[in-house]
Write a protein that binds this ligand. Structure first.
Ligand code: PEP
Ligand code: MN
Length: 338
């Protein structure tokens, strides 16, 4: 960390700041300049509240050197993390992780049909929400525990591991019993108690970016899970809120290369919740893989117009199969496989 003192402030002010730094168990080094003094701080600056230093008399600015997210950063691990979900299913390896299924779990028939259809064309994980975060309390809220049982049965039949959302700290234990990946949705990205709880569970966690979260905030949320002792975090870009209304959200494609530079964690993309409209999903999915995403999370339904949640964005089985053919071509071009 570098602390820049204001121009022409007495040296004593810099010495006072250095005293405070020593009290914080860090080592300050004074660099006396002709115009102004600068203090270099040696040690793990992440334990220091930058705002406290900024508020000290004579301080002009405080410039952190290390990323504030310690465990998520490349400084912690320069090797790309690959998260093992089940035997033969990894997120962050050469093979893309294709998570596909219903937005919400509906019936055993729908789940079984979907699992069979998506598996046949190359999906390796089934999605489905038993607990649904809905904007309206009057909308279908998901089947809850019954939905988890359906997912369990679908998994036994298809062999596909399950990703499903956990909304509440009270449900983590139950959801973790059935799920292979615990999804934390966009609305809960900064539910710090939930992040700690899924961190304690040690199950792989799929963390979706908050719809108004910066990438720094996204990684600080991942840090909550990591620092609770769970290294298995998958990041998911799912579109952010912008002024554009033509799509449900604006897919931030730049997030993929930027996150790849900031963190060792795998990054997948949910083009379904980004687009909000079926017609745009495939193009966004292709773009995501071309930009280096480690996988996709997609809404697929045997009869989208009958889907209880997000009918506009679900792909039909045929549409999904076509997309998988396209993804295979792009995967080869970028050195990945499906
Ligand atoms: C979902 O994936 O079902 C979902 C609710 O997504 P998001 O949290 O991104 O809105
Ligand atoms: Mn949905």
């Amino acid at each position: 960390m570098i602390i820049v003192m204001k121009q022409q402030t007495p040296k004593q002010m810099a010495l006072d700041v250095m005293e405070r730094i020593k009290e914080m168990d860090l080592e300050p080094v004074l660099l006396e300049g002709t115009e102004r003094n600068v203090i270099a701080v040696i040690g793990d600056e992440r334990i220091v509240d930058e705002h406290v230093l900024n508020s000290l008399e004579g301080v002009e600015k405080v410039m952190p050197v290390l990323a504030p997210f310690k465990l998520a950063s490349k400084e912690h691990s320069s090797e790309k993390s690959a998260i093992v979900i089940a035997p033969g299913v990894t997120v962050g390896g050469k093979r893309l992780a294709i998570m596909a299924g219903n937005c919400a779990v509906e019936t055993i028939e729908t789940s079984l049909a979907t699992a069979a259809a998506v598996k046949k064309v190359g999906a390796n994980i089934q999605r489905g929400g038993a607990y649904k975060p809905r904007s309206s309390p009057y909308s279908f809220q998901g089947l809850g525990a019954e939905g988890l049982e359906i997912l369990q049965q679908a998994k036994e039949k298809s062999g596909l591991p399950i990703v499903t959302e956990v909304l509440d700290t009270r449900h983590v234990e139950l959801v973790a019993k059935h799920a292979d990946i615990l999804q934390v949705g966009t609305r809960n990205m900064q539910n710090f108690e939930l992040l700690r709880e899924v961190g304690n569970s040690k199950k792989p966690v799929l963390l979706k970016r908050g719809m108004a979260a910066t990438l720094d905030e996204f990684l600080m949320s991942a840090e909550y899970v990591l620092s609770s002792g769970n290294p298995n975090v998958i990041l998911c870009e799912r579109g952010i809120r912008t002024y554009e209304t033509a799509t449900r959200n604006t897919l931030d494609i730049s997030a993929i290369p930027v996150l790849k530079q900031m963190t060792h964690l795998p990054v997948i993309v949910d083009p379904s919740h980004a687009a909000g409209k079926r017609d745009y999903v495939s193009a966004l999915a292709r773009a995501a893989i071309a930009a280096g995403a480690d996988g996709l999370l997609l809404d697929v339904h045997p009869n989208p117009s009958q889907s209880l949640v997000d009918p506009d964005q679900a792909l039909t089985f045929e549409h999904f199969a076509e997309l998988m053919d396209e993804i295979k071509l792009i995967a080869t071009a970028v050195g990945r496989e499906v």
